[in-house]
Design a protein around this ligand. Structure first.
Ligand code: FES
Length: 181
């Protein structure tokens, strides 16, 4: 074989390899779109298709794409809980307001010089409703005590503060924004 013909052979092999690489890439790009249950190769790999995120997981001994669980969405509702005139400075009132998921939820409203505080009425120990006793909120079931303007725990057994809601006052009314989560 002459050196010219070997150069030609080398060039043609190189071109063939190049063509194979290009078409090979096209072939892989044309593989079926990711969908739930379709096979995947690398455990834990994530891909997002049209806003849906899939993760490669093991199912029945095979690696398959699975949708990632959707993010929990909390519902929110804002309601006129009380007339402004019905909550004097330094006082606390418990009102029931419509909950975002239906039914009613109790809210403790307290007015101080700093404004109005709205707290979920349920004690964070075991859910019993709290009530104002003197200058604090108290749960009579096991004796937990809370600070009415912040919901902070003053005495256990509760260890977490009361859930706080946003409270605003406008047009002669007190509005509370209640969340379901
Ligand atoms: S439920 Fe309130 S202290 Fe236990």
């Amino acid at each position: 074989m002459t050196s010219q013909s070997s150069r030609r052979a080398f060039l043609s092999a190189t071109v063939a390899s190049f063509v194979w690489l290009v078409t090979g890439d096209r072939a892989s790009a044309a593989t079926p779109a990711i969908s739930a249950g379709a096979p995947c190769k690398v455990k834990g790999r994530e891909r997002t298709v049209d806003g849906v995120t899939f993760v490669c997981r093991t199912a029945k001994g095979k690696l398959v794409w699975r949708r990632t669980p959707g993010e929990a969405t909390s519902k929110v509702t804002t309601v006129r809980a009380l007339e402004s005139a019905d909550l004097e400075l330094g006082k606390t009132k418990v009102v029931d307001v419509p909950a975002p998921n239906g039914g009613l939820t109790g809210v403790v409203l307290t007015r101080t010089e700093a404004g109005i505080t709205a707290l979920r009425v349920n004690c964070t120990h075991a859910g019993f409703p709290v009530a104002r006793v003197g200058n604090i909120l108290e749960c009579e079931l096991h004796g937990s005590q809370f600070e009415p303007t912040t919901g902070a725990v003053l005495n256990g057994p509760a260890t977490r503060p009361l859930v706080r809601y946003e409270a605003t006052e406008t047009n002669g009314g007190i509005y509370v924004t209640v969340t379901s989560a």
